[in-house]
Design a protein around this ligand. Structure first.
Ligand code: PLP
Length: 280
């Protein structure tokens, strides 16, 4: 079952208009939620980010956050989803193609669930990456449908035979195509500050909270690709990838080229956050 225009419907019964501004302009916003043991993980944080993005792009949400979470929980129930993701998208509505905000259009909500297993192999064994210029706009903090640069970046990674790209602006590392990036150097955890140049990842925030709890020093400071290549450890964070170690960047090993001790400590504690959440 899907949720579309205020109804729970089968996918084959959904009719999408070509006038949906999501198609013409990418004029919409979205969130991807993780579901562990049938429950949404960090739902309130995702809703806060959605509300912020909506407000920044001047899109009025047709439901309150509580109403949206209720809809998503019903969706999870209808689909008997235990482990997976929920995709939520809200476009500015349907109107003949013209740049100005339409006066009549009503925002359109689409949501559906996918059964997605935790990527345990890469979480344990790590991935490789290549560096690429970050060609995105200057509001990367907004989770909008304009993902073409991210799509191109991800494809460039696959074309190079690796799983992710490390994006940089004139040598300053920002994040990855669909995840945030952290590095460890001399026992200190570094990550780009949460400003307009990166998405303020929910997993990033959880990992920073865990690091504080474990008394791992954290510096939310930018660093260069050269500094990253000299790091002791590096990993990405994201709703679906959780904490995934990066072993090599541009063919060069990071640290000893295996998942590092700080990464593994954070991973173990991260697992506890969602195991605890779902303990009755
Ligand atoms: N950065 C980008 C560009 C992303 O697309 C995502 C997630 O999709 C993230 C970071 C990680 O954010 P989160 O931890 O909220 O999934």
């Amino acid at each position: 079952m899907y949720f579309y225009k205020n109804e729970f419907v089968h996918k084959q019964d959904i009719q999408i208009s070509p006038d949906d501004r999501g198609y013409y302009f990418g004029d919409g916003i979205y969130e991807v939620f993780r579901v562990y043991n049938g429950q949404i993980y960090e739902g309130a944080a995702h809703m806060q980010r959605l509300e912020r993005t909506a407000s920044e792009v001047r899109l009025s949400l047709p439901h309150t956050s509580d109403e949206i979470l209720t809809i998503l929980n019903k969706l999870i129930g209808h689909n008997n989803l235990i482990e997976g993701t929920v995709y939520l998208q809200i476009t500015r509505g349907e109107a003949p193609r013209a740049h100005p905000f339409p006066t009549q259009a009503v925002p359109i909500v689409l949501a559906y669930c996918s059964e997605v297993k935790r990527p345990l192999a890469t979480i344990q064994n790590g991935i490789n990456a290549v560096t690429q210029p970050d060609i995105r706009w200057l509001r990367c903090d907004l989770k909008t449908l304009n993902l073409l640069p991210n799509v191109l970046a991800k494809q460039a990674a696959l074309d190079h035979g690796v799983q992710e790209v490390v994006l940089h602006r004139e040598g300053t590392v920002t994040e990855c195509s669909a995840s945030n990036l952290m590095m460890v150097k001399d026992q200190v955890l570094y990550t780009h500050p949460a400003n307009h140049l990166i998405l303020h990842g929910i997993t990033r925030a959880v990992v920073l909270r865990i690091a504080h709890a474990l008394q791992i020093p954290v510096k939310e400071e930018s660093f260069t690709t050269e500094q990253l290549l000299q790091a002791d450890e590096a990993f990405i964070t994201g709703t679906t990838v959780e904490i995934t170690p990066i072993l090599q960047i541009d063919g060069q090993s990071i640290g000893s080229g295996v998942p590092g001790p700080t990464t593994q400590k954070l991973q173990a504690e991260f697992e506890r956050t969602f195991l605890n959440q779902n303990t009755p």
